[in-house]
Design a protein around this ligand. Structure first.
Ligand code: ADE
Length: 249
C-alpha cells in the first residue's frame, strides 16, 4: 500500500523536527508507511560563497528577511508526484488561523510542502511568486515557522486512517463535532474524596451519552461561548427534532 500523504518540510533548522518525527503517533504513522515526511535544508539551495539565506530589508527597518532564491529553488527541487504540485503552505502569523477543519482538509491531500520562515519575515516575492497558503497557529509570534509546522503535521497525521489505534477517538474529541470534549475519568473510582460520577459506571448507555453531552455542552458554554454559538447554528434542526429526547438523536 502506498503512503497516504507525503510531507516536505523546508527549513533552516531540520534538527528541530527530529524529536517529533521520532516520537509517539507521528513516529508510528511513519513506521506504518501512512506518512512519508522529508526534511529539506533551505541552506543547501544557496550557491554564494557565504551561503546566505537572509538579508536586510530594502527601505530600512529592523531585522533580516529570508531571500527568495533559496526558497524558490528548494520548492522547485521537490519532486512532484503524480504530476501534481504539492499543496504549498507558508507558516506566518499573518496567515489564516489554523483550525481542525483545515487539518481535515489537509489530511485528504496526497502531497504537502511546508515553508518555515525564520528571522523577521520573508521577501514578498515568496508570496507573489509561489502563492502559498499562509497559515498561522495563533495570535502570538514565535521565532520561526518550525513549531507551527510541527503542530500542523501532528494534527494532520493523527487524522490519517490507521494512525490512531482506536478509530473512534478522532470523532469524539474536542472540535471534531464542534464542542469541547466532555469530562473523562479512569480508575480509581474514588481519589482523595473525589468520586467518579455514578452514572459513568452505571452501564446505562443512553444515560452515559446524555451525561457526556451535557458535560461537553456546559464546558463549551463556560470556556468557549463562540464555539457553542456556531455549534447551535449548525445543529439547530437536529436539536429541534430531538427536543425532549436525548442528544445525539
Ligand atoms: N511564525 C512565527 N509565529 C507564527 C505563528 N503564530 N503561526 C505561524 N507561523 C509563525
Amino acid at each position: 500500500m502506498g503512503f497516504f500523504v507525503r510531507i516536505d518540510i523546508l527549513t533552516l533548522f531540520p534538527a528541530m523536527f527530529r524529536g517529533m518525527l521520532d516520537s509517539s503517533i507521528v513516529r508510528i504513522a511513519i513506521e506504518k508507511k501512512l506518512a512519508d515526511v522529508r526534511l529539506s535544508n533551505v541552506r543547501n539551495f544557496t550557491y554564494d560563497r557565504h551561503r546566505s539565506v537572509d538579508d536586510t530589508p530594502y527601505g530600512g527597518g529592523p531585522g533580516m528577511l529570508l531571500r527568495p532564491e533559496p526558497i524558490f529553488r528548494a520548492v522547485e527541487a521537490i519532486a512532484w508526484t503524480e504530476h501534481t504540485a504539492p499543496e504549498l503552505l507558508l507558516m506566518t502569523p499573518q496567515g489564516e488561523p489554523f483550525t481542525q477543519h483545515i487539518a481535515q482538509q489537509l489530511s485528504l491531500k496526497k502531497h504537502i510542502a511546508i515553508i518555515c520562515g525564520h528571522y523577521e519575515g520573508f521577501d514578498e516575492r515568496i508570496r507573489i511568486g509561489l502563492k502559498p497558503w499562509e497559515i498561522s497557529i495563533g495570535d502570538y509570534v514565535l521565532s520561526g515557522g518550525e513549531i507551527p509546522a510541527m503542530a500542523i503535521i501532528d494534527a494532520i497525521i493523527r487524522l490519517l486512517p490507521g494512525a490512531l489505534g482506536d478509530q473512534q477517538s478522532p470523532e469524539s474529541e474536542s472540535f471534531q463535532n464542534g464542542l469541547l470534549e466532555y469530562a473523562q475519568y479512569t480508575k480509581p473510582i474514588v481519589w482523595r474524596d473525589m468520586p467518579v460520577p455514578e452514572v459513568l459506571s452505571s452501564g446505562h448507555h443512553q444515560k452515559i451519552r446524555d451525561w457526556q453531552f451535557r458535560s461537553a455542552y456546559e464546558r463549551t458554554l463556560a470556556r468557549r461561548p463562540d464555539l457553542l454559538e456556531k455549534f447551535l447554528q449548525k445543529n439547530s434542526q437536529v436539536l429541534d427534532k430531538s427536543k425532549n429526547t436525548s442528544f445525539p438523536p
